[in-house]
Design a protein around this ligand. Structure first.
Ligand SMILES: [Zn+2]
Ligand SMILES: [Zn+2]
Length: 308
């Protein structure tokens, strides 16, 4: 009996202190790339979930620039159709739900990157800059968030079986992308941990890892650009926490880097997936606020503070 009363009291206190947090998602993939649902389904779900806004961020086409075709990028020939479709949704939802047009752009030095001129003549609302590929000196480029099997093969074939060299290259690429600029939001800054369950590839306690993540945080601090905290790895059942990890997030916090909560949704259902964990991580790192995208004014992104 005593135990039950204790529980009841506990619940009462926590609900009295609960703050209604405002959420959004501007990292959303639809059937135009590797998402499962179409634009309208995502809009309806975002409204149902009570999100403040919704931004679409198809994987920018890569075939013309890189010469390879993947299943997960928007096709070059579909780019205009995608842009028109998101703009049409923007109109349809006017006054009901702010809809934003964006792209998630890969970075491969000299081949593709958010700083490329073409993205800046498309009248996009925002660009997410993301590193997915590592480009080994020998062997084929591969994505660090591919299947465990493919990543392990890439490490064997191109990095002499040394995962740390692959991790290091991933962060070097991220540093190069930040230096090159052209993006409004940094995408999943430690995506390389997606295949690192049980620290099977590297330990986040290693000196080199701390140095690399500190270098990223230092560079971001000078840019005034927010980073996302991305629950996509949990939504896809691959990892148990968000990108970036708590220790990495603390480095961002110490340098005052603004954070934006995103789901990296590949299904409408995931549009606010595991936001509770994202919020808890931000609080644990010492953050008191997050930022919502508020569109673009004078060719600059507008970020609105929201209490956590
Ligand atoms: Zn991504
Ligand atoms: Zn994504």
């Amino acid at each position: 009996m005593k135990h039950l009363t204790g529980l009841k009291r506990k619940r009462k206190i926590s609900s009295a202190h609960r703050i209604k947090v405002q959420y959004s998602c501007i990292h959303t993939h639809t059937t135009y790339c590797d998402g499962a649902d179409d634009i309208e389904t995502c809009c309806l779900m975002a409204q149902k979930k009570g999100l403040q806004s919704l931004g679409f961020s198809a994987h920018a086409p890569i075939t013309k620039k890189m010469g390879i075709r993947t299943y997960w990028h928007l096709r070059d020939e579909k780019l205009n159709e995608y842009i028109d479709a998101v703009r049409a949704a923007k109109k349809r939802w006017e006054g009901k739900l702010p809809i934003y047009l964006g792209l998630e752009v890969d970075f491969i030095p000299g081949i593709i990157g958010p700083a490329d001129r073409d993205y800046h003549s498309m009248d996009l609302d925002f660009i997410i800059g993301s590193v997915h590929y590592v480009i080994p000196q020998r062997g084929e480029p591969f994505t660090v968030d591919d299947s465990e099997e493919n990543v392990d093969r890439g490490i064997m074939e191109s990095y002499n079986g040394d995962p740390l060299r692959m991790v290091e290259e991933y962060y070097n690429s991220l540093l190069a992308m930040i230096r090159a600029g052209g993006f409004d939001l940094l995408g999943h800054p430690d995506l390389v941990k997606k295949n690192n369950s049980g620290s099977r590839l590297f330990s986040e306690d290693e000196k080199f890892y701390r140095e690399k993540t500190s270098a990223i945080a230092d560079l971001m601090a000078g840019e005034g650009i927010p980073s996302e905290i991305n629950s996509g790895g949990i939504n896809r059942g691959k990892i148990k926490d968000c990108y970036p990890s708590l220790n990495f997030l603390k480095l961002f916090r110490e340098r005052g880097i603004p954070m934006v909560i995103n789901a990296d949704a590949h299904r409408a259902d995931d549009l606010d997936g595991h936001y509770h964990e994202a919020r808890e991580s931000l609080l644990a790192a010492g953050y008191a606020e997050t930022f919502l995208f508020g569109g673009r004014k004078n060719n600059k992104p507008v970020w609105i503070s929201a209490k956590l």
